[in-house]
Design a protein around this ligand. Structure first.
Ligand code: NI
Length: 196
């Protein structure tokens, strides 16, 4: 089932998400829905806050990042990308060379900006069967994971922009919050303040 994606401006995107247990209701169905929603929107990652749930869950599939032709430099290594489900993730390390890449976010449609992130991470997480992993990732996959991990910490990629860039984006961000944006996937916009 496709889930509506929460638009920028909703407070759920700013909350630090809480851990879950294997007893979380309909977890398998939720994960399946999140993957379906991510693929339908041509995203490479989706975090639970983006579908309105403030829980520490995100999914990624970085494989499409390795066959695009969007003018970005190729990733710094020759990996192929992975599909993963991250539950209760905890970032243990981010190290390595800091590199810039043009990022976007399904919650902030049509905004794409360069973000600098370290190239290597080590992350501890539970997979969809609640098996514990400690795994290292690098390059593009590490970038996608860092972007999604930020979501469960209440952070967005635009937080990394300079004050000037942010100011230049302000009007577009307001329009997104007001639902004044055209997207090919279903979104949910924050309730609008009543006009006085
Ligand atoms: Ni995002």
């Amino acid at each position: 089932m496709l889930l509506p994606i929460i638009a920028y401006g909703d407070s759920v995107l700013r909350q630090v998400a809480r851990p879950i247990t294997p007893e979380y209701p309909d977890l398998n169905q939720l994960i399946a829905n999140m993957l379906e929603t991510m693929y339908a929107a041509h995203g490479v990652g989706l975090a639970a806050p983006q579908i309105g749930l403030s829980i520490r869950l995100f999914v990624i599939d970085s494989r499409p990042m390795f066959d695009d032709d969007d003018g970005n430099p190729p990733p710094p290594d020759a990996e192929q990308g992975v599909r993963r489900v991250f539950i209760n993730a905890e970032m243990l390390q981010n190290t390595g060379k800091v590199w810039a890449y043009t990022e976007g976010c399904l919650s902030i449609p049509q905004v794409r900006e360069d973000v600098k992130r370290p190239s290597d991470i080590v992350i501890r997480y539970y997979d969809e069967q609640f098996n514990l992993h400690e795994e290292a990732f690098s390059g593009m996959t590490a970038r996608v994971i860092q972007h999604e991990y930020d979501h469960i910490e209440g952070k967005l990629f635009i937080d990394y922009l300079s004050p000037l860039k942010k100011r230049l984006l302000q009007r577009r961000l307001e329009r997104i919050t007001q639902g004044d944006v055209s997207v090919k996937y279903k979104m949910r916009f924050p309730p609008q303040p009543r006009k006085r």
